[in-house]
Design a protein. Structure first.
Length: 339
């Protein structure tokens, strides 16, 4: 890869800095970021100091932090060598992945591949999508390997976003013939009839997060054309009754708001050649008091069933604004003390 680690001729326990050499100065500039903001982000999040000396970066800190920060820098440089950009989110993703324990069997000098490992990089028409935490990486891998996958955890952890990205990737590759995205419109009820417009206009506000995800991966004109051809469908959960969804990638979002009967109905729509993903947050159930969540029931009933994977996320997997993670942690702590 053209990167080498230079270690001073002293005992390992006495070394207080690790020096990395980057031969392409243009890529090094991109690695550091405008006004060295990428280096500042690594310093702040990993508790190290990074000094630039010509075409070298010296990482100063304790042994574990230095090794992890060096791995992050190598990974980001490899990303640039591969022709990809490095933005703040990419740095954050590399840091999250770089905190995993080092493999003691890895050969000396071998580079740690943090992006695209195990075939989990997702290629869409607009941009490649990469898991930014270990939980996300496992989740995406499981969606490719299992016919039915569950993604359970708080908001902002990428459950729905990554599921739609996997669906688009499989659609583009020809693995499925269509994409079906659904949500329960739990707030609709009687009020739905009072909203202006036809049925699509009434329910579209509830489906907007799914439109947003799709438009992140496919050009708007293509999304519109595919929807007209019924190769992409976005519909409320109630519209799934009586259907068999074959050769499709199917996503049920906000599944904590599906009743037990709705969940069973949806799960049994799975047809030949299809994949299904159920996402939800057990802390945001909006069903009427006394009505059990179909997500919780499905989790209890389907545990251990062959071909079904369960993936769990925590506040550590939140990839929105860092404050979101702290808000979720504060609520979790309050609930724990109140229990």
């Amino acid at each position: 890869m053209g990167i080498s680690a230079l270690t001073p001729p002293t005992r390992a326990e006495d070394i207080v800095e690790t020096v990395l050499e980057f031969p392409d100065n243009r890529l090094l500039i991109d690695l550091c970021g405008e006004y060295d903001r990428n280096l500042a982000q690594i310093e702040h999040q990993m508790g190290v100091h990074v000094l630039r000396r010509g075409n070298r970066l010296a990482v100063i800190g304790d042994k574990i932090s230095r090794e992890q920060a060096a791995a992050v820098l190598r990974s980001l440089y490899a990303r640039l060598e591969g022709g990809r950009n490095v933005a703040a989110g990419d740095v954050d993703g590399a840091i999250r992945m770089g905190r995993t324990p080092a493999d003691p069997l890895r050969a000396e000098g071998e580079q740690i591949e943090m992006f695209g490992a195990q075939g989990v990089e997702l290629r869409t028409r607009k941009k490649p999508i990469e898991p930014r935490t270990e939980a996300q990486k496992t989740y995406v891998a499981n969606l490719f390997q299992n016919e039915l996958g569950f993604g359970i955890g708080p908001a902002g952890t990428g459950k729905t976003y990554l599921a739609v990205a996997v669906g688009v990737t499989m659609f583009i590759s020809g693995a499925v013939e269509r994409i079906v995205l659904s949500r329960p419109a739990v707030e609709a009820g009687e009020r739905l009839g009072f909203l202006p417009g036809d049925m699509k206009e009434k329910v579209d506000p509830y489906m907007q997060p799914l439109y947003d995800a799709l438009n992140d991966f496919l050009p708007a004109k293509q999304v519109q054309k595919l929807m007209e051809e019924k190769r992409i469908e976005i519909a409320p959960l109630a519209f799934m009754r009586g259907r068999t969804l074959s050769n499709a990638f199917v996503v049920l979002d906000e599944a904590q708001n599906a009743t037990t009967m709705q969940m069973k109905m949806f799960l049994t729509r799975l047809g030949e050649g299809s994949r299904m993903v159920i996402t939800g947050d057990r802390t945001q159930i909006d069903l009427p008091r006394g009505v059990p969540s179909g997500l919780q029931e499905a989790e209890r009933i389907l545990k251990g069933v062959k071909g079904v994977s369960f993936n769990y996320f925590t506040s550590k997997d939140v990839v929105r604004h860092p404050l979101v993670a702290r808000i979720i942690e504060a609520y979790e702590s309050d609930e724990a003390h109140g229990a």
